[in-house]
Design a protein around this ligand. Sequence first.
Ligand code: NDP
Length: 328
Amino acid sequence: MFNALVLNKEEDQKATGEIQEIDISQLPEGDVLVKVDYSTINYKDSLAITSSSPIIKSFPMVPGIDFAGTVEESSNNNFKTGDKVILNGFGVGEKYWGGLSQKARVNGDWLVHMPKEFTSKQAMAIGTAGYTAMLCIMALENNGITPDKGEILVTGATGGVGSVAISLLSKLGYNICASSGREEHSEYLKSLGASNIINRNELSEKGRPLNKERWAGAIDSVGSHTLANICASLKYGGTVAACGLAQGFDLPSTVMPFILRGVTLAGVDSVYCPLKDRITAWDRLASDLNMDQLNEMISTIPLSEVVDSTHNMLSGKTHGRIIVDVNS
Ligand code: NDP
C-alpha cells in the first residue's frame, strides 16, 4: 500500500482531492514501476487540481505532471531496477495517473534517465517548468539569438518558468529584462540575474501593431496582449519563445511584426516534445544551471499541502518552484 493524492468528481461538481491509501494492483498498466521521490506543482497542476480548466480527462485521477524517482520494476529494455528517472508530461497527471503519489506505473518510453549531476530533489526543483525554460532557450538559439544580439525579455518572471529562464540566461551571458507584477520580489529577480525589471502592466493592455524595437528575444509564459506587445517590440529578426497562458490563451496580434520585421513566434511544448530534445534539454540543464540559484527558488511541501498550494499559485501568492516531498 502507498499514499497518493486522488481527485474525484461528482457530475457537474468541482473535483475534490484527498490523500488515499492505494494498493499497487490499482495502478494503471505500464512497463516501469517507479518509487517516486519528489513531484512538483506546475501551473497546469494548479489548473487541474482546482478544476479551473478541464485538464483532467477521467476520474478518479492521481494528478501531477512530473516526478523524479527510482525504478522498482521494469520490463522495458531501456530501464532497470535502481535507475534514477524523470518524467515530464506525456499526459501523465491528465489522462494517466501522475506523480503526486509515492508510486507510479508508466510507459517507459515516457521516461528519461536523470543526469548524474542531479539528485531527485534537484531534478524536481527544475521540474516541468524548468525543463520548459530550457526548451525556450533552445528555441531562441535555434533561431540565431545569441547574447551579442541584445536584451532578452522574460515574462511571468517570478514564476517557475520565468525564474529558471532568468537563471539559465544569466549563466549563458545574456542581458535580461524581467517583467513581473510583483515589485516585492525585485531583489529575488536581480539575484537570479535580471539587470532590468519592468512592471507587467507595461505589456498587459492592448497595444499598437508595431512599437519601438526593444528586445532581441523573449521567453513568454503569459500569452494574450503581453505576447502581442512582445511581438510588436522585438528587434528586426527577433524571436519570442511562447510557452504559456498565465494572462490568457488569446493572441490579439497583427501580422505586422512578422512581415515587416521578420519576427519569429516559436511555440514551445513540453508535453509531447520528442525524446531527443528532452534529453538535450536535461543535459543542458545539468551544465548550464546555477545550482545555488536553484536552491533560492524552491519551497518544499508535503502531499497534504498540495491542494492549498495550487489555490495559492493561481491567486499569485507563490513564486519560484514548489517541490512536493511525497514521502513526508
Ligand atoms: P507560475 O504560476 O509559477 O508562474 C506564472 C507567472 O505568471 C506568475 O508568477 C506571475 O509572474 C505571472 N502571472 C500570473 N498571472 C498573470 C497575469 N494575469 N498576467 C500576467 N502575468 C501573470 O507558473 P509556471 O511558471 O509553472 O507556468 C507559467 C506558464 O507556462 C503557465 O501558463 C503554464 O501553463 C505554462 N507552461 C507551459 C508549458 C508548455 O509545455 N508549453 C510547460 C510549463 C508551463 P509575476 O508575478 O512575476 O508577473
